[in-house]
Design a protein around this ligand. Structure first.
Ligand code: MN
Length: 231
């Protein structure tokens, strides 16, 4: 053990449905994992233009597990992206697709909150759009459900998001271009995975803006709902 010479904020954690908390090591996110979302963002679905999904990260303390989320600074166009989240319980690298799901501790639903105006600016300048994705509070997440209770979500689940009761996003998880097993397998060739890693698996079509006062509810079949209000 080290003797810390300064005090630092506590480890980010996510509550687990069966008790206790899941400590967050890294937050990986998958971009462009649903074809209709690629189309709504202006991307081409022509076979010759198609590129595989890709990864980016948010800092672990971007996790938000409260109810009232302050509207972030530096944006006038905050977008919701509902995503199923994999919580890694067993690490590894170059994990084969066949055994990939055995590395999952549990599942949750999260929102990849995005400063869409900043993302568009950065894209136009050919710069990294980290500022659009990796801000404080940018990763609201539900409780994590251990996979033995949540297996239905992986098999035939669907994902949805409502704003003030109106459905904005709704899609079967089977529309994911990379499945959960493929995501873990590919990601583990880029980075060694460790217990505590979270993977946001991408959003379906229907992303859009939220404003102060909005109540957002995101769900995945069989998992606890995520309920937040923008304040
Ligand atoms: Mn996303």
């Amino acid at each position: 053990m080290h003797n810390y010479v300064i005090d630092v904020p506590a480890q980010a954690v996510v509550p687990v449905t069966t008790g206790g908390v899941f400590p967050v090591r890294r937050i990986y996110c998958v971009g462009q994992n649903y074809a209709k979302h690629i189309a709504e963002m202006g991307g081409s679905l022509k076979p010759e233009d198609r590129k595989p999904p890709f990864f980016f990260q948010k800092p672990s303390d971007a996790i938000f597990t409260g109810n009232d989320l302050p509207y972030p600074v530096l944006t006038q166009n905050l977008h919701h992206e509902a995503e199923m989240v994999l919580a890694i319980g067993t690490g590894g690298k170059e994990i084969g697709k066949a055994e990939a799901l055995s590395h999952v501790y549990g599942l949750a639903v999260g929102i990849d909150l995005t400063r869409r105006d900043r993302q568009a600016e950065m894209k136009a300048q050919g710069r990294s759009w980290e500022i659009a994705k990796a801000f404080d509070g940018s990763a609201p997440i539900s409780k994590i459900m251990p996979v033995e209770d949540a297996a239905k979500a992986l098999k035939d689940g669907s994902i949805s998001l409502t704003v003030n009761g109106e459905t904005r996003q709704s899609a079967p998880l089977s529309e994911m271009i990379w499945s959960s097993a493929e995501i873990i397998s590919v990601l583990s060739t880029h980075y060694e995975l460790f217990p505590g890693d979270l993977i946001f698996t991408g959003t379906p079509e229907g992303v859009g803006p939220v404003v102060t006062g909005d109540i957002i509810v995101a769900g995945v079949t069989g998992l606890p709902e995520l309920n937040i209000q923008i304040t």
